[in-house]
Design a binder for this molecule. Structure first.
Ligand code: 173
Length: 322
């Protein structure tokens, strides 16, 4: 073969390889988790990755590149939208810049299984498609409430004079009760408490001991409010580049992940016990103060959705609440 002919032959062979149907190849998805690996809101995703890798041989593999030290939590949405990573475990509170409607997800009173049936999942998926180039593959966190943790006592549903660490989850609610908000990623909470920069913080019932925050936390306010949303998102170009078998396998495994949400009731109880054993005392709001707490949480939350996402707020409330 003349050199030129050989080059053409090699090029043709490479082209033929590249054109091999995707079915014959195992696709590798680069993943990141916005929560510290090994802690409460990363563990379900890690179990999902393990299951995909065990059962998806020859089809799909997920390569978990890391947590908040790989990509800062509030940057994970951008990284996913831009294809820096293919798949992410992240709460909508960390990507409000891309999807203002995400403010509604924590206000859901329906399980993700109900949402898949009544059209809520479809609308939320479309919004992720259009606004952040993402496929809404799975939701974890159902049944797990958020709480306010404090180092100064309160007796009523009134946060006047308190400086509180927030994310978009808590912002409208704490502000409505007079709190002074400071936003930080989870990685800065321990130091902020230790230095007395904040008097308290919002966080779910799970994860306090995983993160060591019990060492710098005196009190938890009950009742909790809202429902955690930690979502598995896939870059939309990447999702569309997969074949039917790969997409069906990931969807099936995502539904398995969502089926594990029922464990949260038990996990939440165990966590409350662990917090008590670690010396965290409970401020239990009752009667009218409790009603004010719960109602302000809900109404301030929806008012915020209406403010930032007026076109979709009404439909989201219809689909997500009872
Ligand atoms: O950082 C947070 O407090 C937050 O917004 C969040 C959301 C979901 C799960 C855990 C934390």
């Amino acid at each position: 073969m003349k050199p030129m002919t050989r080059i053409v032959a090699v090029a043709a062979a490479i082209a033929a390889l590249a054109a091999t149907p995707a079915a014959a190849q195992e696709v590798v998805l680069r993943a990141v988790t916005a929560f510290q690996p090994g802690t409460a809101f990363s563990r379900p995703f890690e179990a999902f990755v393990e299951k995909v890798n065990a059962e998806g041989k020859g089809l799909v593999r997920i390569d978990l590149i890391g947590g908040p030290s790989a990509i800062p939590p509030f940057e994970v949405g951008n990284a996913l939208a831009n294809g820096v990573v293919d798949i992410a475990n992240v709460t909508s509170a960390f990507y409000p810049n891309l999807l203002p409607e995400g403010e509604a997800l924590k206000l859901s009173e329906r399980t993700i299984q109900e949402q898949r049936k009544n059209g809520a999942w479809e609308l939320i998926n479309q919004l992720h498609n259009q606004k952040m180039n993402a496929w809404y593959l799975a939701r974890t966190g159902d049944g797990t409430p958020f709480h306010l943790y404090l180092n100064k006592p309160i007796e009523r549903a009134d946060l006047t004079g308190l400086t509180l660490r927030v994310t978009p989850v808590y912002r409208a609610f704490f502000q409505a009760l007079g709190g002074n908000n400071v936003q930080t990623p989870p990685g800065e909470v321990y130091t902020a408490l230790q230095r007395g920069v904040v008097d308290g913080y919002g966080w779910p019932i799970q994860g306090i001991l995983d993160l060591g925050w019990h060492e710098v936390t005196k009190l938890r306010v009950d009742p909790g409010f809202y429902q955690v949303d930690v979502n598995v998102l896939v870059n939309l170009n990447r999702w569309r580049s997969l074949n039917d078998a790969q997409r069906a396998f990931l969807t099936k495994t995502a539904e398995w992940l969502e089926s594990t949400n029922v464990r949260n009731a038990e996990l939440n109880k165990a966590e409350a016990g662990r917090q008590a054993a670690a010396g965290i005392r409970v401020i239990n709001l009752t009667g009218a103060e409790r009603d004010k707490w719960v109602n302000t949480a809900r109404e301030a939350g929806w008012a915020q959705v209406e403010k930032v996402a007026p076109a979709n707020a009404k439909r989201l409330r219809e689909l997500l609440t009872k």
